[in-house]
Design a protein around this ligand. Sequence first.
Ligand SMILES: NC(=O)c1ccc[n+]([C@@H]2O[C@H](COP(=O)([O-])OP(=O)(O)OC[C@H]3O[C@@H](n4cnc5c(N)ncnc54)[C@H](OP(=O)(O)O)[C@@H]3O)[C@@H](O)[C@H]2O)c1
Length: 263
Amino acid sequence: MNPLALVTGASDGIGLEFCRLLAARGYDLILVARRQSLLEDIATQLTLRHAIRCHVIPCDLSLPQAAETVFGEVRQRGLSVDLLINNAGLLFNGFFHELPLRQQESLLAVNVVALTSLCHLFVNDMAERGGGQILNLASLAAWTPIPNQNVYAASKAYVLAFSLALADEMKAAGSGVHVCALCPGYTRTAMLDNPAQGGKLALPGFLLHSAEDVAREGLDACLAGRTVCMPGAANRLGAVATRLLPRLWQAKVMGRGYRLLQG
Ligand SMILES: NC(=O)c1ccc[n+]([C@@H]2O[C@H](COP(=O)([O-])OP(=O)(O)OC[C@H]3O[C@@H](n4cnc5c(N)ncnc54)[C@H](OP(=O)(O)O)[C@@H]3O)[C@@H](O)[C@H]2O)c1
């Protein structure tokens, strides 16, 4: 029987690349996102190309109890998840006080609440079965405060800290569950050019990674038992360099930079 992976945000960007890579490696898949017809097309393509099984669970992860809905659906279909990839995420660029409150709340609901709840539900399920793997999408943004991507960066700082602590807890508990945080830098996806999410950042091309490379590096790191993965040497250098600055200066420097990028 094939191992089974559940990928949130499977309809686009890095999530879609995870699905393609996993299908090529013989994983069956559960695809979760809001756009059901897109997920069904992806499921059909991957099933035909790789002779795997694909299940589609359309779900808006910003809604209350969304994680329980997904978990309940997985149970009802008699499926057991070996690898959970918490990839769905939202980003809004702009001044915190100008961005609508509802947007910030939906960001927190998807990036923080749904991710945490899915970890809780699946970690228990995996531990009962003797093990499993969880890959959480943090970001390079997790490592510093970022004015004008304020709530996004703070949500990713949460994901990183939560994942590191959870990885340690799972090991200490002898659960057999491994947790890894993936911290990509700028990646060429719709997220960086989405008018509904605050528009485009003027990023130089050399800073951009491909979604496929990011997904491959993250997946390999997780399956190899690593706890953190930051694709790209320049990103690793940038993260170390900014952390050498005092915290207050980090915010000032990043704020200047982001306001320039946002025009
Ligand atoms: N791109 C980057 O530069 C970058 C850098 C660092 C980290 N990341 C992180 O990587 C992850 C993937 O980002 P990406 O760049 O691939 O983004 P993307 O291309 O915008 O894709 C986002 C995915 O999340 C899903 N999604 C959004 N809101 C949702 C909701 N309310 N409920 C369920 N699914 C939802 C979307 O599907 P539907 O619209 O069909 O729901 C889509 O499949 C995110 O966590 C992001 O923060 C990205």
